[in-house]
Design a protein around this ligand. Structure first.
Ligand SMILES: [Zn+2]
Length: 101
């Protein structure tokens, strides 16, 4: 995933979180909830939704290359890379040096 796409996704996640919080806030205001409590509730909703979405985006934009040799747990995790980078790191993971005993 490239930088522009990552930025667009995180901006989208922030907007979605804010929109969800506003919807909840509007619904709560119908019950005569005081403004200070309404604000606290909306802010915690924004924090919860955005951290959840950022986590999903982070997991999405991370690629892990593992060594294929049995018993070897060497791995490389990459965030926000393009396909050329991905290919290079896949080869590095496949050909990394092994310790010999
Ligand atoms: Zn290995």
């Amino acid at each position: 995933m490239n930088d522009a796409r990552y930025r667009a996704l995180t901006a989208g996640a922030a907007v979605v979180s804010a929109a969800l919080a506003i919807v909840i806030g509007v619904q709560l205001s119908g019950y005569g909830v005081p403004v200070s409590l309404l604000l606290a509730c909306c802010l915690s909703c924004v924090a919860t939704f955005s951290s959840l979405l950022f986590r999903v985006i982070g997991a999405w934009s991370t690629t892990t290359h593992r060594c294929t040799r049995p018993g070897c747990d060497f791995r490389v995790s990459l965030t926000r890379t393009d396909s050329a980078d991905n290919r290079r790191w896949r080869e590095i993971a496949a050909h990394h040096p092994h310790r010999t005993h």
